[in-house]
Design a protein around this ligand. Structure first.
Ligand code: DX5
Ligand code: ZN
Length: 213
């Protein structure tokens, strides 16, 4: 069954601890945490201290999506703060193999993300080294955007490239009850959803709808 990773980008930042508790109760499988630096994407969110402070509110894995230039500098901080999986962008300006080995050395899972304009074939050299690919189905930076349809084709191509390797496919952006079944059919293992869950509570109903999609 597909796993649901609510993105706390659309949560109430004034009560993030309570939001994370509510998501766990509502049946979330992972907590997706969007870190934005105002350079790699035109928006800012938060850094490691916020992640550290919400860590004690749930035992769910933290899936930390780093939308930043030079993530290498901050990866140790995010791991110390409680990240279980670190996802960096293939387009970030650090050496990708170095990033992967830094995360793995700490015993954490590692993901690689691609923007909508990046071709899945660029992931090929790294597939044997990673746990997950995060396919961005919107331009990274903001919640509430519409799903870009050709992302489905990218998921199918990626599934084919992955073959028998143990790499999960996660899809991020514009996930709702229409796009979720299409992503699942294309081969997605994890669906990241922000506004679909937070803008139409109760969270449990929304998570359930995505799971059963
Ligand atoms: C966007 C973020 C997403 C975002 C998705 O750059 O990576 O995780 O929260 O939001 P929705 O589900 O509203 O498209
Ligand atoms: Zn994200």
């Amino acid at each position: 069954m597909v796993q649901i990773a609510p993105s706390i980008l659309s949560a109430d930042f004034a009560q993030l601890g309570a939001e994370v508790v509510a998501l766990e109760k509502a049946g979330a499988d992972l907590i997706h945490i969007d870190v934005m630096d105002g350079h790699f994407v035109p928006n800012l969110t938060f850094g490691a201290p916020v992640i550290r402070d919400i860590r004690s509110y749930t035992t769910l894995p933290f899936d930390v999506h780093l939308m930043m230039t030079n993530p290498i500098r901050y990866i140790p901080d995010f791991i110390r703060a409680g990240a279980d999986m670190i996802t960096v962008h293939l387009e970030a300006n650090d050496d990708i193999e170095t990033l992967i080995s830094l995360v793995k050395k700490e015993g954490k899972k590692v993901g690689l993300s691609i923007r909508p304009s990046t071709s899945v074939s660029r992931l090929l050299p790294y597939l044997p080294m990673i746990d997950m690919v995060l396919v961005m189905s919107v331009e990274p930076g903001f919640g509430g955007q519409s799903f870009i349809p050709n992302s489905l084709e990218k998921i199918v191509q990626l599934k084919d490239l992955i073959g028998r390797k143990k790499v999960q496919i996660s899809v991020d952006g514009g996930i709702n009850d229409i796009t979720a079944p299409a992503c699942k059919l294309a081969g997605a293992d994890i669906l990241v959803a922000g506004s679909y869950i937070f803008k139409h509570p109760p969270y449990a109903t929304q998570i359930d709808k995505l799971k059963r999609a």
